[in-house]
Design a protein around this ligand. Structure first.
Ligand SMILES: [Zn+2]
Length: 448
């Protein structure tokens, strides 16, 4: 007798969609039985007509409001958004306070999710010129070590143009068996392009986009891949947004141990959409021409990009609105945790991707590359019972009023998708159903 049985549903894997019955004991999947086999549970869910997916693993998430008093998206609000969107594990980027550059800050962030997070979470560490903590952070379970090759605002954590530091840091990460997350771009190009456009008479979202050129992105990727090939460090390329970047990743695939990601926004929107959104369309890297978007969609379908992430950046409405008056002040980034699955469903509706693509790039691959597999990202015996039950024939209108993040809007508002998330389980417990959250937050810290 199992604790819970989910029967009559169709199970989605990276290879196929097949009927099956899931038996859950405690917090784990105990068996996947073929449809004819009779298994019994103390509790049962009839999933007739439903699709059953592994809980999504979002490998690129920002939660800026760790402090309890913060006005920004915090563990509770962000993890509710995640749960409502079918994401059951997040990998948290290290740039939000407390920045996980030292064991002390790492432990502080790790512990701040206990009793507050509705979903499981892993932590990424940040490294910069002062990289002495890498050993200790690895021992604490950092899922990656993030290197920022160009971005401003974090002067102590940017490798910048310093190739000596880049190679040295990659070797240190390699020596602890870690993964280096690479946020690419060229600092000198960004600085000069920004100066060039600073006095443009009527700056728009396209002006900001021009400061983060495709060449800048490609130079950062080429530099990181070259250093990774030389040092034999494993790297993960973040936020790929152009064909040129894809070409480089293809060429380096055999030379370096590398994985890559694309944000769901770059698969769904292009520069024309950004124009319409104004400050809400300002993200880094920028939304690019429709032809770049098509190339990214093709690359996901072809398995050339390993994962799709949300890069959830929950800037409050009031902060984005300031950017409507002066686009240079628009904080870059979009909300996305609650709409990652919805974005993929929209792309599936449009015939651009398949359910298999979604489970491969949003569940299995992020768990595999960041070494949380097979505990996360898959429906198989022994895995955590993190499960999304999806009704494929319940059209859903995405709206601002349904968003749970403190950034209570979405660039997908008004879009209709053909499916609805009916229920989400974390380690066998229902964490989202009928639009609500039936249990207290039980999310845990997970480590490779
Ligand atoms: Zn990010």
């Amino acid at each position: 007798m199992f604790d819970l049985v989910i029967r009559n549903g169709r199970l989605v894997s990276p290879d196929a969609t097949t009927p099956g019955t899931i038996g859950i004991s405690g917090s784990s999947i105990a068996t996947i039985a073929p449809p004819g086999e009779q298994i019994v549970g103390a509790n049962e869910i009839d999933a007739t007509g439903m699709l059953i997916l592994p809980g999504l693993v979002d490998a690129h998430v920002h939660i800026p409001g760790f402090l309890l008093s913060s006005r920004l998206d915090d563990f509770t609000s962000a993890s509710k958004a995640a749960a409502a969107g079918g994401v059951t594990t997040v990998l948290l980027m290290p740039t939000d306070d407390p920045r996980t550059a030292t064991p002390f800050y790492f432990e502080q962030k790790r512990d701040s999710g206990i009793g507050r997070s509705y979903i499981d979470y892993a932590l990424q560490a940040i490294v910069g010129p002062m990289s002495e903590s890498i050993d200790d952070l690895a021992a604490l379970g950092a899922v990656s070590f993030e290197l920022f090759l160009a971005y401003g605002g974090m002067p102590n954590f940017i490798i910048g143009n310093d190739d000596y530091e880049l190679a040295r840091t990659l070797r240190l990460i390699r020596d602890v068996g870690g993964i280096a997350g690479i946020t690419p771009h060229s600092p000198s190009l960004i600085a000069r392009l920004t100066a060039e456009h600073r006095d443009d008479p009527d700056p728009t979202v396209a002006t900001i986009a021009a400061t983060r050129s495709i060449l800048s992105e490609a130079l950062g990727i080429a530099r990181a891949c070259t250093a990774a090939a030389d040092t034999r460090a494993q790297i993960h390329i973040r936020a790929v947004s152009s064909r040129q970047s894809l070409d480089l990743i293809r060429r380096f695939k055999d030379l370096a141990a590398l994985s890559s990601e694309v944000m769901s926004h770059h698969l769904l929107f292009d520069a024309e959409d950004a124009k319409r959104m104004g400050a809400y369309g300002v993200i880094t890297p920028p939304l690019r021409h429709a032809s770049e978007r098509a190339a990214l969609q093709d690359a996901v379908r072809a398995g050339e990009i390993d994962m799709v992430v949300s890069d959830h950046s929950p800037h409050l409405r009031e902060d984005k609105e300031r950017g409507q008056a002066d686009i240079w002040t628009a904080p870059p980034g979009m909300t996305g945790l609650q709409t990652l699955c919805a974005s993929m469903l929209a792309l599936i509706d449009d015939g651009k991707l398949t359910l298999q693509d979604m489970v491969r790039t949003c569940c299995e691959n992020p768990a595999r590359w960041f070494r949380l597999y097979p505990r996360k990202g898959t429906l198989r015996s022994g895995a955590d019972a993190d499960i999304v039950i999806l009704n494929p024939s319940q059209p859903t209108l995405i709206s601002d009023s349904d968003q749970h993040s403190k950034a209570d809007y979405t660039t997908l508002a008004g879009r209709k998708i053909s499916a609805r998330i009916e229920r989400v389980l974390l380690r066998g417990q229902t964490i989202f159903a009928d639009g609500g959250f039936p249990s207290a937050p039980t999310g845990r810290f997970v480590r490779p």
